[in-house]
Design a protein around this ligand. Structure first.
Ligand SMILES: *Cc1c(COP(=O)(O)O)cnc(C)c1O
Length: 371
């Protein structure tokens, strides 16, 4: 937890004052993590009633931004009743529903909204992104042409438009993120000028890259912060907000397990581990080889030869009865034997909480929050 707090502190220090840092809770909502981040973040981005309630109960003092592509009436009502700091509206019909609810729900002050837009990003701008939520047909946010249709709905409502939100891609390095931020803010400025709208703030999203292939290579927060400072200077009067998830908490978690067996099949070596992608679905979801370290243990007590390999590529699998239960394929490991331990790095985001825990009914791992 001290490493996480130090990392978050470094990220915060790299950002100019006029950039707000929200944590995208879906990356890892563990209460210990939310609390460790609290001194370093401006607020939290939540995307369901479950997250909203959980975060409000865990860190009640910090503001929330409530987003998500499919919000139910009950969720919007809850967001209004609890007075979240911002609601990110993703379509005209959602705007109509929110405006209607704002007439019924007693609110202390006008609910403040950002319109989420799906902007064209220009060819090549999202190349290399692991996931794209924008710049192509997606259910996330409004097409820019639909903005004009939203304005009469806003004008006749109790809602207050504060600006725009765009989260277009995940997995971009700092230069690509900055180019995207520039595009988003420029578009927002032009749209605000054209329609005479306030542009108090622009939320430029998250998606800062985590490189699982080279976990020692970190996102260039210093360069990104300097670029955002220049961008903010060109738009005085507009607060910029970012909402990273993975790049804040990914590095702080490890998934440690033991090797149950090592065997060969048709000439290839497999290390079968206790646990599996029902605990750590990240490599299956992202189709990568998850980074790990083998921790050798010399306490083999069984009276027969210890299964193991030395100096050949190994595929690391789990206990699930499916060929998709793979952590890493044909990777060089040096030595690995039954009874050794394997520690998977970068397991602090989109790990346990995106995994299919009940598949095969194996026990859950234990969680330790150290430091
Ligand atoms: C998931 C998500 C984020 C965080 O993305 P990361 O890749 O974890 O940084 C931020 N904003 C929105 C709207 C999201 O859906």
């Amino acid at each position: 937890m001290t490493d996480l707090a130090a990392h978050a502190g470094t990220v915060r220090a790299a950002l100019p004052d006029r950039v707000e840092l929200y944590y995208a809770v879906k990356a890892n909502p563990a209460p210990e993590i939310l609390r460790a981040l609290a001194p370093h973040v401006t607020g939290y981005e939540v995307a369901s009633a479950g997250e909203l309630t959980h975060v409000r109960d865990t860190v009640p003092e910090l503001p929330l931004a409530f987003g998500g592509p499919g919000k139910t009436e009950a969720e919007l009502r809850l967001a209004l009743e609890t007075g979240v700091h911002r609601i990110h509206v993703e379509s005209e019909s959602e705007l109509r529903l929110l405006a209607a609810l704002a007439e019924q729900v007693p609110v202390r002050r006008p609910p403040e909204v950002l319109l989420r837009v799906n902007l064209p990003t220009g060819s090549g701008a999202l190349d290399g992104a692991a996931l794209t939520m924008g710049g192509r047909p997606t259910p996330f946010g409004l097409d820019p042409e639909r903005l004009a249709g939203c304005l009469p709905l806003l004008a006749g409502s109790r809602l207050r438009l504060r600006g725009f939100h765009a989260h277009l891609a995940s997995g971009l390095e700092a230069p690509a993120q900055l180019a995207l931020a520039e595009r988003i803010v420029t578009w927002a400025r032009t749209a605000a000028d054209r329609y005479g709208l306030p542009l108090d703030e622009v939320n430029i999203g998250g998606g800062m890259n985590v490189d699982y292939g080279r976990p020692e290579r970190r996102f260039d927060w210093a360069g990104y912060g300097a670029g955002l400072a220049a961008l903010a200077d060109r738009h005085p009067g507009t607060v910029l907000r970012i909402e990273p998830g993975r790049a804040l908490t990914g590095y702080c978690g490890w998934y440690v397990t033991e090797v149950l067996d090592v065997r060969h099949s048709a000439g290839e070596a497999f290390a079968v581990l206790r646990g599996g992608t029902h605990h750590l679905r990240t490599p299956a979801a992202k189709q990568h080889d998850h980074p790990f370290t083998v921790l050798l243990r010399n306490d083999w007590a069984r009276p027969w030869p210890r299964p193991g390999v030395h100096g050949e590529p190994v595929t690391l699998t789990g206990q699930l009865c499916t060929p998709k239960d793979v952590f890493a394929r044909r990777v060089p490991v040096g030595r690995v034997r039954a009874g050794d331990r394997v520690a998977f790095a970068v397991a602090g985001a989109y790990a346990w909480n995106i995994s299919h825990h009940t598949f095969l009914m194996h026990p859950a791992p234990a969680f330790y929050f150290l430091g």
